[in-house]
Design a protein around this ligand. Structure first.
Ligand SMILES: NC(=O)c1ccc[n+]([C@@H]2O[C@H](COP(=O)([O-])OP(=O)(O)OC[C@H]3O[C@@H](n4cnc5c(N)ncnc54)[C@H](O)[C@@H]3O)[C@@H](O)[C@H]2O)c1
Length: 312
């Protein structure tokens, strides 16, 4: 008996990179998979059916069940059709992996409105679109006594969790995608669902072609060498989070890659100062207290470069 026997899953952006590995492993673990991919360039332009079709061939090649879908997650009605694709072909939906992504890196002073909108539309609006239609379906089914154990897995990034210069559009959307998982989990837990987020680290075209500065930290492996940056390191966590065994994991964010999984912790109060009861702060006096009592509690911030060299 495999971990995901009988489950139906949608993986968006499953034609390449991390999504492809997720679709393959989920299928190997017994799930029936909707392989969604628009098939465009890393900047979101263009489209092609071949990435999703190739993954379908691979899954069918090892006896798995999968169907391709070529719609964009950015369109609300298209996202509904992606959900319907699962229902029409496999009769139900248990797991949604929001993975589709593009990049258009620019410093804030050079970023066009279009570069901002295009990136936010795929990552944040696309995640909303898929979550919205899947959640309505899971709630309706729950009301009818059909327990589907819905699982939503959003794809965030260190770019948003730690902050990375040159990615104001992408990082902002990715931080929101993590927050979105926490919020959706609070709304959907009562219907037997969980929502969590992952922040992957892997060598894909987004880290090689689209961000050459990262490419240098993820050198290609020589033949026979173990590939610590393979996107296949991300999929096992996603497969487990999608399973019934992960029912108690709610609203968490995990960094995953290189054979490691980190539990991430976000905003939380670390220290406080309070005005004397019944008084307002005098700004300079407040500043002195902030410097003395709060800024001292600020710990050194993790950087993305440190993560990539972990364990070397
Ligand atoms: N590679 C990393 O280290 C890394 C780090 C952090 C986050 N991520 C995130 O992981 C996810 C996968 O990225 P990847 O690195 O595998 O990149 P990738 O470019 O190899 O794969 C992304 C896929 O998404 C598809 N896609 C893009 N727009 C789409 C749309 N509107 N509708 C449907 N499909 C669409 C693309 O066609 C592509 O096949 C992305 O969300 C990315 O931001 C990756």
């Amino acid at each position: 008996m495999a971990l995901l026997d009988g489950k139906v899953v949608i993986v968006t952006g499953a034609g390449r990179g991390i999504g492809r590995e997720e679709a393959l492993l989920l299928a190997k673990q017994g799930a029936k998979v909707v392989v969604n991919d628009l098939g465009g360039h890393f900047d979101g332009t263009g489209q092609s059916r071949s990435p999703a079709e190739d993954v379908i061939k691979d899954i069918r090649g090892f006896g798995g069940e999968a169907v391709a879908n070529f719609e964009s997650v950015t369109d609300f009605k298209s996202a509904k059709r992606i959900v319907e694709c699962a229902l029409d072909n496999f009769g139900k939906l248990n797991i949604v992996v929001n993975n589709a992504g593009i990049l258009r890196d620019r410093m804030i002073f050079n970023m066009s409105e279009e570069d901002f909108d295009a990136v936010v539309n795929v990552h944040l609006k696309g995640t909303f679109n898929m979550a919205r239609h899947a959640s309505a379906y899971w709630r309706e089914q729950h009301k009818n006594g059909n327990m589907l154990n819905g699982r939503l897995i959003n794809t965030s990034s260190d770019s948003g969790l730690l902050g990375n210069a040159g990615q104001g559009n992408y990082g902002t959307a990715k931080a929101a995608v993590a927050a979105f998982a926490i919020i959706i989990d609070r709304e959907m837990a009562r219907y037997g669902c969980t929502a969590n987020a992952i922040a992957p680290v892997a060598r894909t075209r987004l880290t090689i072609e689209a961000t050459p500065q990262t490419a240098a930290t993820m050198p290609a492996v020589k033949q026979g060498e173990f590939d610590r940056f393979s996107p296949a390191h991300v999929a096992p966590l996603v497969a487990w989070l999608g399973s019934d065994d992960a029912k108690d994991v709610h609203g968490e964010v995990f960094r995953v890659g290189m054979g490691r999984v980190w539990l991430m912790r976000g905003w939380h109060s670390a220290a406080q100062v309070a005005a004397a009861p019944g008084t307002f702060w005098e700004p300079a006096a407040l500043g002195a207290r902030v410097k003395e009592e709060l800024a001292k509690g600020v710990t050194k911030k993790e950087t993305m470069a440190e993560i990539l060299t972990a364990g070397r």
